[in-house]
Write a protein of this length. Structure first.
Length: 296
């Protein structure tokens, strides 16, 4: 019987992170300091809870180092993506960072024992085609190969490595302890960077602080507790590809709150993208069918 809890958790996490590009696009704070407060506020809320309820468990040194590395990778992803969004179009930054499933598949194929199934590659091609249709093929002809372009690609690479490393770490540690350690590492890491580059830590508007709070509570805590739980119970390749659905939800939210237009191409592209994601979930079904045929 298929366990639906990880899938529901993943769907909820995707819903939570889909508002993030909209918040960043408001440009109420700098990209680096926005990433710092996203982590700092989240850990300030999570740490007292896990300590009071005694749900924090310090793992072995090797697992602890993996969790710290995850914090550095994830915060690097968020920081460079924030800057990419603010220095180029949100569409370009979102598209390029969402190439992460491709990097996850390639890294898994080259370095890991568990190779991606055929369904993953088929689903990836279909989903990326849907993504291209969602943003418009003309967009690719107008890509600006500048620093923002490289940062957006780098964001996707950071994120893909994070997914693979977090999968390894989460096989030896519970989600709450993992999130606490990785958030602490993210906060210290980004705090040092912000100090070095002289990012202002204060002086934001009330709306700016409110947006930072929403990023921490919804886009970080709620989203990544859910996605980490899903990663613990699902293949990282499948999780990374499923996260492409964020682009569809972000487009809908941009239409509702930023008056951005939704075209027929975007609707069709969204359906194709979801179809690509759905293809990756047929692996178990096909394996069962093959097993039954073999037994006959």
């Amino acid at each position: 019987m298929i366990n639906t809890k990880p899938r529901l958790a993943l769907a909820f996490g995707i819903l939570c992170i889909s508002i993030f590009p909209i918040l960043v696009k408001l440009n109420l704070t700098g990209g680096l300091i926005s990433a710092f407060y996203r982590m700092a506020i989240a850990v300030a809320l999570l740490l007292p809870y896990v300590l009071i309820t005694k749900k924090f468990k310090l793992p072995k040194t090797n697992v602890l180092l993996l969790a710290v590395l995850c914090g550095i990778l994830f915060s690097s992803d968020v920081a460079v993506w924030n800057i990419a969004i603010q220095t180029s179009s949100a569409t370009q930054a979102s598209l390029l960072t969402n190439l992460s499933p491709l990097w996850v598949g390639i890294i898994s194929f080259v370095f890991l024992k568990n190779k991606p199934a055929t369904n993953f590659w088929i689903g990836t091609v279909v989903a990326l085609f849907g993504m291209a249709m969602l943003v418009g093929f003309k967009f690719f002809l107008e890509l600006n190969f500048d620093t923002a372009f490289l940062l957006a690609v780098l964001s996707g690479i950071f994120y893909s490595i994070y997914l693979l490393v977090s999968k390894k770490a989460l096989s030896h540690i519970d989600v709450l302890s993992f999130m606490t350690i990785s958030l602490l590492a993210s906060t210290v890491y980004l705090g040092i960077i912000c100090i070095v580059v002289h990012e202002p830590f204060f002086g934001f508007s009330n709306m700016g602080w409110f947006v930072l709070l929403i990023q921490a509570v919804v886009c970080q805590l709620a989203a990544w507790l859910s996605i980490s739980y899903a990663t613990q119970h699902m293949k990282p390749t499948r999780v990374s590809l499923s996260l492409l659905a964020q682009a569809i939800l972000t487009s809908i939210l941009a239409w509702l709150f930023l008056n951005e237009q939704i075209t027929v191409n975007m609707i069709v592209g969204g359906f194709i993208l979801l179809l690509g994601i759905r293809i990756t979930f047929y692996t178990k079904t096909l394996s069962i069918i093959k097993l039954r045929v073999k037994n006959k």
